[in-house]
Structure formats: structure tokens, C-alpha cells
Design a protein around this ligand. Sequence first.
Ligand SMILES: Cc1cc2nc3c(=O)[nH]c(=O)nc-3n(C[C@H](O)[C@H](O)[C@H](O)COP(=O)(O)O)c2cc1C
Length: 328
Amino acid sequence: MTTETALTIADLHLLAEAGGLAPSLHNSQPWRFRPTSDRLGLEVHADLSRAVQAADPDLRALHISIGAALFNLRVAAARLGREAAVRLLPSGEGAQPCAVLDLSTQARTRQPFGADLYPAIAGRHSSRQPFTNRDVPEALIADLISAGRDEGVTLTVLEEDGVRRVLALTSEAEAAMAADVTREAETRRWLRLEPSYDGIPLAALGSHDRDARVPMRGFAGHPPRHATPAERFEALPQLATLTTHLDGQADWLRTGQAMERVWLLATDHGLRASVLHQAVEIPDTRWRLRDTDEGPGYVQLVLRLGYGPPGVASPRRRVEDILDPSEE
Ligand SMILES: Cc1cc2nc3c(=O)[nH]c(=O)nc-3n(C[C@H](O)[C@H](O)[C@H](O)COP(=O)(O)O)c2cc1C
């Protein structure tokens, strides 16, 4: 049923707050939200001034981050009792939005994603601390796969040899990045704004070992506030990849929505996650991440899943800084 009720300031605030809590590369938060002129919808814009240029020259991670914000907006719309019809406009540049949400229809259900994922938006954090060795139950894995599929993205939970391959490529990418002065400087610049990242050094985690240890981002010269000994990390992390058939802006926006949908569902079930993005950032290691048995596809993201500490809330831009005032 169509509702002619325009979004109130409080509605817009709730939407923008939810969108702003999405995960993003280096917590760059590269988004802006703008009410449509009839105030029955919301435009989602890229904030290109917040692109992470050396690590993400083609803006792939920027669009994944915006996709994650978009999924949070869809969940928040359900909380407001509105259906969110999404139109992706992937060539959005300058004043063009990346996506427009039509929120003019009353929701048929308050739980369009099976569960009410709204509380998980604020409860989700990157958890970079050690996980236990407890396995993720098969039934939950099946639900996560189906959540990804509903967004048009393939989630593959890796077997042991796949995990070892991805960790080796992650370490290789990490080493290449450490030798890249421009990139290191850029990362350090962003991390100054991101205290929760913690700069756990690769060496402290023993990721150059042959065994499967978790290579978190290593930031040489950025002293860890509380370094975590390698041996406390799970022996064999549970990793999953998100892949798409094509590799354009629409695929990246879809990946972001799938990542966030999977992450919120995981959070709702007490499962923690973090992103291992290093190998995806370098074309050569990204290419070798593909599982050729699975057929052609582009790996967009590697997620580490498991049970452990929830992670800590990281800072966010103020709603006033990401929500454009509506024209009244
Ligand atoms: C595309 C993308 C790449 C990311 N890469 C990494 C990574 O390589 N290592 C990591 O620890 N976190 C990574 N993150 C997680 C962000 O650092 C995190 O979302 C951000 O700092 C906000 O923190 P939060 O997830 O706890 O809200 C990535 C997130 C996105 C969306």
C-alpha cells in the first residue's frame, strides 16, 4: 500500500544513523544521504573526498562500503514500517546518487530478512581478537549462504586447504603492501582516525609461519596498544569468500549489501566477524584467490567468522555530517 506520509526529521535521523554504522574500508565512511524532493525516499551518494586512494584506486571497496550502508538503510526502513525499493545507479558520479531508496510503500512485514536485524546494526563490530575453536553450526552456515544468495552474491565457506591458500595469499599481499611507502602512509593516516583498529603487527601474530594463523593488518611503526600473542588465535580460522560473476560498480554495491546482511545475521546469532581484505587489494593475489573449481567469479571480500569477543564500537561521523538537510 502506498503511503503519502513524508519522512519526518526523526525518520531521516534514524535512517542516517543506521546507514552510518555500516562497516567501511579503514572506517572511511564514504557516504552521504539525501532525502528525495518529495521526502518519500532517500538518495545514497558516494563521498569521493573520503576515498582511500592508494588502497582502492578503482573505488571497489568504496562501493562495497556504500552497499553495506544501503543494506542498513533497508533494515532501518523496515523498522519504520516502510518497504525499501532499491534502485542501483552504479555510474553515479558527482551529483548523481549511487542508489535511490523508494520508501513510499508501507511494509508488508516488519521482518523482510527473516529476523529483525535492526538491533544487530549497533551490535555489529569488527572483532579482530582471537576466536575460540568452536565451529559455526552447519544450519547457520546454510542461512548465511542463503542470505548472500538473496543479494545476488555467492558466499563460500572454505575448507582447510582453501583457508591455508587464502591466508598465504593474505600474507603475501601484506608483505607487498609493507614495501609500498605511499600505501603505508595512507593506511597510517586513516588509522589515526580509527583507534579500535589497534595496529596488531603481523609479526606478533606469526602470520609468516606456514601454519594457518590469522594475518590481521600489520602496521609497521604503529605501536599496538595491546599486542595479542599469536598462539591465542584460533588454530585454523573459519573463512568465507564473497564472490560475484561480474566486477562492476553494481556488483560491488551488491557485495556490500550481501556482506552486511550476512554480518548482521551472524551478529544476531552471536557469531563474530572481521574482514581480511589485503589479498583482494592487490590484482595478482586477488586473481589467485579464485577457487577455479567453483567456476569463474570475482572474489570481492574475505570474512573471518567465529565465536569470541564482540569487538568494540569504532567512531562514526555525526548524523548532521552525513545527512543533507531536506528541502522543505
Ligand atoms: C571493503 C572493506 C575492507 C575492509 N578491510 C579490512 C581489513 O583488511 N582488515 C580489518 O581488520 N578490517 C577491515 N575492514 C573493516 C573496517 O576496518 C571496519 O568496518 C571499520 O573500521 C569500522 O569498524 P566496525 O566494523 O567495527 O564498525 C574492512 C571493511 C570493508 C567494508
